[in-house]
Design a protein around this ligand. Structure first.
Ligand code: 13P
Length: 280
């Protein structure tokens, strides 16, 4: 997977700790059966790489997902990976292990990893840089909590997390050199995750502008322009169109609504509608 020149649209599902290998197989069988119901222009958008689709499954389900997706244009990714390639890191998985099962994409720094498992800005940076250097496609997550938003800290928190990822200025330093090719960002306000409370399209756009503004200052305007920024947090087939219609919202990262094949397909269809209908 890679970022197309004019950014395009990326529809990503994060299954979190749902769907073991058996459910994964069933999901893809149903998805394949329902896939022809997608409108024609979805196929064109997918073929032209203007629309990309990815599912981040539990580690144990990766092999089942890769086998079961068959010829469907759905990338399969892991929900985390360690910066070291091997060693004494109980419970972790590494890039070379993912390669062995033909997985080339990784989600990193999800707020659930940060909140429940103590991942730090520095740890997320190390994972991100290492996996990018191992030629993975990486989706790195950022986002503020409700208390931080209510305390007027949204911009400060996003900038702290982004500074963690991009500590040096310039378009060629650290992870920044992969923006626009194999690194995308997902803005996921913690208060909108799994709560049913979605950020309004205006709130999403405002936060995305903050992120792009930071990238402009830290990594340069060209890098900021070509960077993909996704929104995540209670996205559904009902609200996705209004989110994708906003400036600078280049896709979505979806939890609950990506778990059922029909719902996921509806999100893919919305991604296809958004392709070509939005300013870069
Ligand atoms: P929900 O879509 O279930 O709110 O989850 C969002 C999320 O955390 C995706 O990574």
């Amino acid at each position: 997977m890679s970022v197309p020149k004019n950014r395009g649209i990326l529809i990503a599902g994060n299954w979190k700790m749902n769907h073991g290998p058996a459910e994964t197989q069933k999901f893809f069988a149903e998805l394949e059966a329902a896939w022809p119901s997608l409108p024609d222009h979805s196929g064109q958008a997918l073929a032209s790489d203007q629309l990309q689709v990815c599912l981040f499954t539990p580690t144990l389900s990766l092999q089942a997902a890769c086998a079961a997706r068959g010829k469907l244009p759905v990338h399969v990714g892991a929900q985390n990976a360690h910066w070291e390639r091997s060693g004494a890191f109980t419970g972790e998985i590494s890039g070379p292990m993912l390669r062995q099962v033909q997985v080339g994409s990784v989600l990193l720094g999800h707020s659930e990893r940060r909140q429940h498992f103590g991942e730090t800005d520095e740890g997320v940076r190390r994972r991100t840089v290492s996996l990018l250097e191992q030629e993975f496609f990486v989706m790195a997550c950022i986002g503020e909590t409700l208390a931080e938003r209510q305390g007027g800290q949204t911009r400060a928190v996003l900038e702290r997390q982004l500074s963690g990822l991009f500590p040096e200025t310039g378009s060629q330093s650290g992870a920044a050199r992969f923006l626009g090719s194999r690194l995308v960002l997902a803005y996921e306000p913690v208060w909108a995750i799994g709560t049913g409370v979605t950020a309004t399209p205006e709130q999403a756009e405002e936060a995305h502008l903050m992120v792009r503004d930071f990238l402009d200052r830290q990594c340069g305007p060209e890098t900021a322009r070509k960077s993909m920024i996704l929104y995540g947090g209670s996205v559904t087939p009902e609200n996705i169109d209004s989110l994708l219609a906003r400036e600078g919202v280049d896709g979505v990262l979806v939890g609950g609504a990506s778990l059922k094949p029909q719902g996921f397909l509806a999100l893919v269809a919305a991604g296809a509608r958004a392709v070509g209908s939005k300013p870069a």
